[in-house]
Write a protein that binds this ligand. Structure first.
Ligand code: BYC
Length: 311
């Protein structure tokens, strides 16, 4: 049996691949690509929500939002660490983001123009992220799968804080309910885009499914998201902005309209409403944060010198 066959055998038996195990170079590269894009999404994802930290409508809302945004930073850290286990230094991964070479989720290139957007993001964006990430708790690469377990627990708190904001707005005044509806109108289609292109258009799905990096296809997860979310919108009493949305009793799923793929690819290629602003914010934070990275390194050096001196 060749090394490649032994590797595929382990995957087929649902055994995890660990950092020191032999792996095909293309498997490693696919993981570095997906995990680093995921890490960047978590970190860039802090920006649209961070926009509302100073304007949260109450102390309780502010504390919950602050905790959520801090959680996203933690998710970024677990994921950058998982990328490092594949031999890619964090500096390199972050440089790729700052230079505009790396992708991150399209969803974070849309603006948050009202408080209701914070509700819609928690409900829809975290809701979509959970579906995708629960399936990734079974991904074949051990460090990625283990990071996903903790991330999913935190995402479920995020989803609830978002849905609770939506519920409060929908039970409030007519103006508040209109804000919730407007946020749903603007976030619905971008949320569906998070699952990626149709499987027929997806570059990586086939190979990633074979390697069990991906455990479910883009279109299957998207369908599950629609099926799960429609009753939640009904409960809120607001309308999903899709005239083609209807229950299909034969398929036992909701049928829904076609995504605007032209818009999707425009955003993915860097020309969405906020792509430029998001990258500028990350670059500024990187420059302004240089002193803390230097201080952390100096501290670590000193600690290790002290340990050596004691030994
Ligand atoms: N945005 O062959 P495909 C979160 C790219 S949630 C931008 O299907 P793959 C959070 C794709 O990278 C969001 N680009 O790719 C939530 C590929 O381009 P490259 C993050 C996209 O990898 C709340 C090309 O299109 N979650 O973090 O098999 C608050 C062809 O696509 C998108 C994850 O990253 C998109 N929406 O499947 C804060 C989950 N969709 O790389 C934070 C992990 C596709 O060849 N990632 N592209 O240049 C995945 O599960 C998979 O990477 C995807 C795409 C399902 C996203």
């Amino acid at each position: 049996m060749t090394k490649e066959e032994r590797f595929q055998n382990r995957i087929d038996q649902d055994l995890k691949i660990e950092p020191k195990d032999w792996m095909p170079e293309a498997y490693r590269r696919t993981l570095v690509r997906q995990i680093s894009q995921h890490a960047h999404s978590e970190v860039v994802g802090m920006l649209p929500e961070g926009n509302w930290l100073t304007r949260a409508p109450s102390l309780r809302r502010k504390v919950a939002l602050l905790a959520k945004v801090q959680d996203e930073a933690g998710h970024g850290l677990y994921l950058y660490s998982a990328t490092e286990t594949l031999g890619t230094p964090r500096d390199e991964t972050i440089d790729d983001l700052l230079a505009g070479r790396a992708k991150y989720s399209s969803i974070f290139n849309y603006p948050t123009t009202s408080w209701a957007d914070i509700g819609a993001i928690g409900w829809l964006v975290d809701g979509a992220a959970i579906l995708n990430q629960v399936s990734l708790t079974r991904t074949s690469y051990g460090p990625y799968a283990r990071a996903m377990v903790r991330i999913c627990k935190e995402e479920s708190f995020h989803q609830r804080q978002g849905y609770e904001i939506m519920l409060t707005l929908c039970r409030g005044s007519a103006a508040q309910k209109a804000m919730a509806q407007d946020a749903l109108n603007r976030w619905w289609w971008p949320a569906l885009m998070m699952f990626g292109p149709h499987d027929t258009e997806s570059t990586h799905t086939e190979q990633s499914m074979k390697w069990k990096i991906k455990r479910e296809r883009n279109d299957d997860l998207r369908q599950r998201f629609v099926d799960m979310t429609v009753p939640q919108a009904d409960y809120l009493g607001i309308t999903i902005p899709d005239p083609h949305l209807r229950w299909n009793p034969d398929r036992h799923h909701y049928d829904f309209g076609e995504i605007d793929w032209e818009e999707f690819w425009k955003v993915v290629k860097g020309f969405g409403p906020c792509n430029r602003e998001r990258l500028e914010a990350r670059r500024k934070a990187h420059v302004e944060g240089a002193w803390i990275r230097d201080a952390a390194e100096a501290y670590a050096r000193r600690q290790s010198e002290m340990k050596k001196a004691i030994a």
